[in-house]
Every structure is written in structure tokens, then in C-alpha cells.
Design a binder for this molecule. Structure first.
Ligand SMILES: NC(=O)c1ccc[n+]([C@@H]2O[C@H](COP(=O)([O-])OP(=O)(O)OC[C@H]3O[C@@H](n4cnc5c(N)ncnc54)[C@H](O)[C@@H]3O)[C@@H](O)[C@H]2O)c1
Length: 324
């Protein structure tokens, strides 16, 4: 199990960043984590999602994070109550951004959806508000104009399972002001993240420059019938001792929709046959059957007790005759 960052107990907002009011666009996997964690760290948070069922699912996700923060981060009942009290949800964009010091965009990894929400939001934002994208693979320069405030816009990329994987990548585009980069970097530090400066615009930052190829190759082994998901993960976990999950477990944590969006978008753009085969598999095997991955309870594995956490997952099998 990776160690929990030392400073992960709740703190009141030091707010050197000036970010006291955070708005998160998108109530899915990462939006839900960023909202919960920022509120745990003392920020007032509004989550916006135009789909009411996504806001309902957010409540369920936050109930599950409450359990994790109690068990793994030793949060007290008072910490959890205070966290909940700092979060509100809405399907009204104007209400969502009215007091925002910072907006973090966590809508699907689909350029047209991101562009639309930035355009809708541009006229509603207070003048001082900074805006960041949590995009996994796209560039801030793809959307800077749509925000209407390019100098106040950059990427702030969180890693999934934010309470353990406390790294955040900060990446501007050519027009991002130094003050914006300083603000979001301070904000990241205030909520217990290690900020990594990405010094040139780069699709995938540091983390996804290797994670996306790793997941693509691993999923390809399953899609092409070369190995089972369990054996792909077993191989990875034996070869990388101490890891708590393998690539198929990571895909479950990412969520099948985002894994699909990335495979379909980059597969089409780069004419990458493997990514396109992977996208078709994710759609047919999971999305068409309503299986969303870890947050929804089932992907390659069933949660909350996936097979890869069983004590014998990496054990040497018994020989046939001796097992009897
Ligand atoms: N899942 C991960 O591991 C991960 C990690 C880092 C970054 N990201 C990035 O974060 C972003 C969100 O990914 P996710 O995995 O949370 O996706 P998700 O599919 O779990 O959630 C996306 C949410 O956005 C909502 N949405 C759709 N259209 C919207 C709109 N116009 N306005 C506001 N909300 C809208 C959806 O209802 C859904 O709740 C993507 O850019 C993704 O690349 C994801």
C-alpha cells in the first residue's frame, strides 16, 4: 500500500493562493475526488454538472470517500461533517461560478464538450476567477480562446486516487500569466499536493506520457486475446513488487468512459489501430452493459473487494496432484 502523505489531515485554508471558493465542473470520477479533497482541506466547493443523475452519483461517491478518509487518513467524524458542509452541488452554471476564485474543469475528455462549457461559462465568471483544465491528454492552448481569459487559464492535472497519489501537474500555454501559475501552484500545495511544473506544453504531461502507453499496451494484450486481465495484472504486480494493482485495475480506477474517450480520440487522430480496437472493446464489453469501472462497482473486477486484493492473487499455484 502506498504511504499516505503526512499532511493529509484536514486543515483550514491558509489561502495564500487567494483560492477559498472553488468550483468544479463535472461530477464524475476526478471532479468528485477534487471536490471532496479540496473541501476536506478547508476550501468551499461548488460542483456543477448539467446531468442530475451525475449529481446523485456524486453523493454516493462522497459517501464512499468519507469511509476511505476515516479509515485511511484517520479523519474524525467532525472532519467528515465539516467536509460535507463545505460542498454544494448544482446543475445551474451561473450559480456554480458566481463566487469562484478558481474553476477546475473536469468534464469528459472530448474537445467539443470542453469548448462548449468554457464558452457558456465565459460571460458568467467574476473578473478575478482563474480557470484550469484537469484534461488528461489535451493542451490548454486548445481551449484558451474559448475561456475568454487566456492569461488566467492553464492546466492543473490531478492523479486519480488523489488522497494517495498526491501529485499535481501545472502546465500553462504561451499566454498564461505567471500570476496564474503561481496561484494554482499555491492552491495545489494548500490541499496537500506535490506540484510538478511542466515547462513546455506537452500532451500527457509527465504522468500520462508513460501511463497512457502502458495502459494501451496492457489493454491490447487482453483485447487481442494474448493474456487474461488477471494475468496481465499479476505479471505487472510481481515485476513491480509493492504495487497494489496492475494496469487493468488502473483502467477500472480511471473509469471505462474516460479510458474509452482517450482511446477513441487518440486512436482516430493518430490512426492507431490498437487504440481503436481497444476503444471498441471498452464500449462493447463495459459501456454498453452499464459497467463504469471501480466507482460504479464493476469493471474488469468487482468492487469493493477486487480479486487483485486477495492474499493469494500473487501466490504460487499448487501443483495438480498435491492440491487434493
Ligand atoms: N479518470 C481519471 O483517472 C482521470 C485522471 C486525471 C484526469 N482526468 C480528466 O478529468 C476529466 C474528467 O474525467 P473523469 O474521469 O472524471 O470523467 P467522468 O466521465 O467520470 O465524468 C465527467 C462528468 O462530466 C459531466 N459532464 C458532461 N458534460 C458536461 C458539461 N457540459 N458540463 C459539466 N459537466 C459535464 C458528466 O455528467 C460526468 O459527471 C477528463 O478531462 C479526464 O481526462 C481523468
Amino acid at each position: 500500500m502506498p504511504s499516505i502523505p503526512d499532511d493529509s489531515r484536514a486543515v483550514t485554508a491558509a489561502s495564500r493562493s487567494g483560492v477559498d471558493h472553488l468550483t468544479v465542473l463535472g461530477a464524475g470520477v476526478l471532479g468528485g475526488q477534487i471536490a471532496w479533497h479540496s473541501a476536506f482541506k478547508g476550501k468551499t466547493v461548488v460542483v456543477y454538472d448539467p446531468f442530475p443523475d451525475a449529481l446523485d452519483k456524486l453523493a454516493a461517491a462522497h459517501a464512499s470517500y468519507a469511509g476511505i478518509y476515516r479509515n485511511d487518513l484517520h479523519a474524525t467524524p467532525a472532519d467528515i461533517d465539516a467536509t460535507r458542509a463545505r460542498i454544494s452541488r448544482t446543475d445551474d452554471l451561473r450559480t456554480a461560478v458566481a463566487r469562484a476564485d478558481l474553476v477546475i474543469e473536469c468534464v469528459p475528455e472530448v474537445p467539443s464538450i470542453k469548448t462548449d462549457v468554457y464558452r457558456q461559462m465565459a460571460a458568467l465568471l467574476p473578473a478575478h476567477t482563474r480557470v484550469a483544465t484537469n484534461s488528461s491528454t489535451l493542451l490548454p492552448s486548445d481551449f484558451a480562446a474559448a475561456t475568454g481569459r487566456p492569461e488566467q487559464y492553464c492546466a492543473l492535472h490531478f492523479a486519480n486516487l488523489i488522497w494517495i497519489m498526491n501529485v499535481v501537474e501545472v502546465m500553462g500555454h504561451a499566454g498564461t500569466s505567471p500570476a496564474t501559475l503561481a496561484t494554482v501552484t499555491r492552491f495545489a500545495t494548500e490541499i496537500g499536493q506535490v506540484p510538478i511544473a511542466v515547462r513546455k506544453e506537452h500532451n500527457g504531461y509527465v504522468l500520462n506520457s508513460w501511463l497512457v502507453p502502458l495502459l494501451t499496451a496492457s489493454l491490447g494484450l487482453v483485447v487481442d486475446g494474448i493474456a487474461t486481465p488477471e494475468d496481465v495484472d499479476r505479471t505487472y504486480m510481481i515485476a513491480n513488487r509493492g504495487c497494489t494493482m496492475g494496469p487493468c485495475g488502473i483502467i477500472d480506477a480511471v473509469g471505462m468512459k474516460t479510458a474509452y474517450d482517450i482511446s477513441a480520440y487518440w486512436g482516430a487522430l493518430r490512426n492507431d489501430e490498437q487504440m481503436l480496437r481497444n476503444a471498441a472493446y471498452l464500449k462493447e464489453r463495459f459501456l454498453d452493459r452499464g459497467l463504469q469501472g471501480m466507482l460504479g462497482g464493476e469493471g474488469f473486477y468487482r468492487y469493493p473487494d477486487p480479486a487483485y486484493r486477495a492474499p493469494d492473487f500473487l501466490a504460487v499455484p499448487l501443483e495438480a496432484g498435491r492440491a487434493a
